[in-house]
Design a protein around this ligand. Structure first.
Ligand SMILES: C[S@@+](CC[C@H](N)C(=O)[O-])C[C@H]1O[C@@H](n2cnc3c(N)ncnc32)[C@H](O)[C@@H]1O
Length: 310
């Protein structure tokens, strides 16, 4: 687990401006739990929402009152951004992460309320325990949801299956699943895409739709909806102890091999360009932005992880 930590929580809180609001997310530098750090994909997602909130499906007039379930919320950046657009959000995670998540949700909510008295743009946000695959936890949040959200929740092979089963159990035919994550293992990435393409129409958000600064070639955002199924191809709403039945019919549902599918809405699917190269420049006299500093930090952590001291 620790080997996968790339973003060292060297500060106990980060300030993050999104949708015109100054937010503060506490981290826990003393915790080894991955959920007590703000991960970069959550910021990319929040800034993507900001950029696309003026019109289309992420406009507050379309999102007001939509039910959102965030999986593996960690410090809660992504879910909170949906609440800023009027959604009713349930941010979930494992029990160890909940005290910090609750603190971040409560503090930012009161910050927003104090700064905007009488305004009703803010939806709502509550916190709940949800361990992937736990049937009781899933039932308690009352699925299905309009949106299921998860940032940087795909990082280990053994989590792919419980995550998928949980998403299926929380989804209905109209659910949109939004996942953002940083590719750290080609193997996990390929397995994940394969699993998802069997079950969902998968669209990749092009980088041109992301914030010009808050993006990175390794960080991908996906929008997915359930594939229409032939009877019995998959049992929806099942949990971890039930088998997902996938038939060949599910594989036959047409998804362009290149990953390019026409969009009914604002987004055009684009295959991730794994050949993209990180462009890091030496900037002797220029001050790094917070985002650039984060990305340098992530790269350094990755390099250090790969260095074997004998
Ligand atoms: C890398 S962190 C990402 C946190 C946050 N979404 C972000 O982007 O900053 C992964 C999150 O997934 C959660 N997680 C991992 N396995 C889980 C499981 N089996 N059930 C529920 N949450 C899980 C962790 O607790 C952690 O908060």
């Amino acid at each position: 687990m620790e080997a996968d930590r790339l973003n060292a929580p060297d500060t106990s809180a980060i300030m993050f401006e999104v949708l015109g609001h100054q937010l503060q997310f506490a981290q826990d530098p003393n915790s080894k739990h991955l959920g007590t750090t703000v991960w970069d994909a959550s910021m990319v997602f929040a800034k993507f929402l900001e950029k696309n909130s003026r019109k289309g499906k992420f406009c507050p007039c379309k999102l007001k009152g939509k039910r959102v379930l965030e999986l593996g919320a960690g410090c809660g950046v992504a879910g909170f951004s949906m609440a800023l657009l009027g959604c009713d959000v349930i941010s979930t995670d494992q029990t160890e992460v909940l005290p910090l998540l609750i603190r971040n949700v409560e503090r930012n909510t009161s910050r927003i309320m104090q700064a905007n008295p009488g305004s009703d743009f803010f939806g709502s946000i509550e916190v709940a325990e949800l361990n992937w695959g736990n049937e009781d936890h899933i039932k308690a949040v009352d699925p299905p949801f309009d949106y299921i959200l998860g940032t940087d929740v795909v990082y280990a092979e053994h989590l792919l299956e419980p995550l998928l089963k949980t998403i299926l159990a929380l989804s209905g035919p109209k659910t949109t699943i939004m996942l953002g994550y940083e590719i750290r293992s080609t193997n996990v990435h390929e397995q994940m895409l394969d699993l998802w393409k069997r079950n969902f129409e998968v669209k990749t958000v092009p980088r041109s739709k992301m914030d010009t600064e808050y993006q990175h070639p390794d960080i991908h955002l996906y929008m997915m909806t359930l594939k229409p199924l032939e009877a019995g191809a998959r049992v929806r709403g099942q949990c971890a102890d039930q088998q997902i039945e996938e038939t060949d019919a599910a594989d036959e549902v047409k998804v362009d091999d290149s990953g390019i599918v026409d969009e009914a809405d604002d987004f055009k699917l684009e295959e991730a360009k794994s050949e993209d190269i990180v462009q890091l420049k030496y900037l002797p006299n220029e001050k790094l932005s917070e985002w650039e500093a984060r990305r340098y930090g992530a790269m350094a952590a990755r390099l250090l992880r790969d260095v074997k001291i004998s």
